[in-house]
Design a protein around this ligand. Sequence first.
Ligand SMILES: Nc1ncnc2c1ncn2[C@@H]1O[C@H](COP(=O)(O)OP(=O)(O)O)[C@@H](O)[C@H]1O
Ligand SMILES: [Mg+2]
Length: 376
Amino acid sequence: MASESSGGTDTLERPESGHDETTQAATSGANDVVIACRGLTKRYRVALGYEIEALSELDLEVRRGEIFAIVGPNGSGKTTTLKLLLGLIFPSEGEAFLLGEPPRSRRAKRRIGFVPEGPFFYQHMSGEEVVRFYGRLCGLRGRDLRDRTEELLKLVGMSKRRDVVMAQCSKGMVQRIGLAAALVNDPDVVLMDEPTSGLDPIGAHEIKELTVRLKEAGKTVLLCSHLLEQVEEVCDRIAILHRGNRLAYGPIDEILQVTDLTELVAMDVSPDAESKLEAMSRETRRQAGEIHCTLKADVEPFDALDVVRGGGGELLRFGRVRESLEDAFIRAVMATSEDGGPVSTDAAEAGAKPSDDGEDKGADEQDQASEGGEEE
Ligand SMILES: Nc1ncnc2c1ncn2[C@@H]1O[C@H](COP(=O)(O)OP(=O)(O)O)[C@@H](O)[C@H]1O
Ligand SMILES: [Mg+2]
């Protein structure tokens, strides 16, 4: 299942080098927790006396300065989690905290930025006008507003395209403006729902780079995505959701298992060495003067290394193949299905159940957070 293109590579050490297997656990105090969900559960009423559990007893913590991703297929409860964190809906059970405050607290809201899935703006406004509009809503005026707008347009790579009206913007451009608008209040925490969904590969790559830039600027990022390969490279820790249940949680490097296959990438090896490597590999690929080999299981990896050195080549990568996030996801889902067979992913497909009280209290919209009840 593991593929060398999507999986990373873990460094290999010669057995005699006495490699210490212990990993350095990241130390984090309680102050480092900026988002916390404890037993967070959400049931939506879907019909007379029936409800579905979109999120079941979710526990997770997002730490200061990290990129945390909630991943899972459509319908697994990701947007529900974000809505609960933003105080847009109420939990059926459990609680959530943002920067130590309940989600509806104004103090917390001032310090967060949110990019919804497919942000939508007034179509007649230009990108610059949208950012200025949100800046004004956040109380910026005059020079501060001008400087902040300038800074954000530059950050999201829209300085030169600032005058394009939203109706003419590509999805990628709208996503960038959405991010700029979410950053206008200089938030400590940025929440993003499906930030790369619907973007072409270049657009998706640029949004990934922006996400990393946010982290470098000291911000904490929580993003939700069903595009597993797109979060794999950028996030520090993840939670895998499936039908509202957390199947895996932790540092991505710990969740992705290392396979027993070895990958070797070298360049400028002699033709003779190349054919030797080919004979030692179960799979080889040539690309721009490089040779990529996945070694046969019975080949001693360091023998292949000696072939590269003997053939005058330069070693570019050498290590164990790590499974992709998609592999890890499928493994986690299969482990929850009783017969190991394929399982549907959507919570709704798992079937609505009669609600405990048996009463129809109306559509979930009535459950949306109403005015008032602020913490300040
Ligand atoms: N307002 C709602 N009313 C009823 N069911 C809903 C509502 N919002 C979401 N759901 C259901 O809850 C489950 C989780 O949805 P959602 O959180 O949007 O998932 P994701 O963002 O992972 O795609 C799905 O089965 C969805 O159909
Ligand atoms: Mg969603």
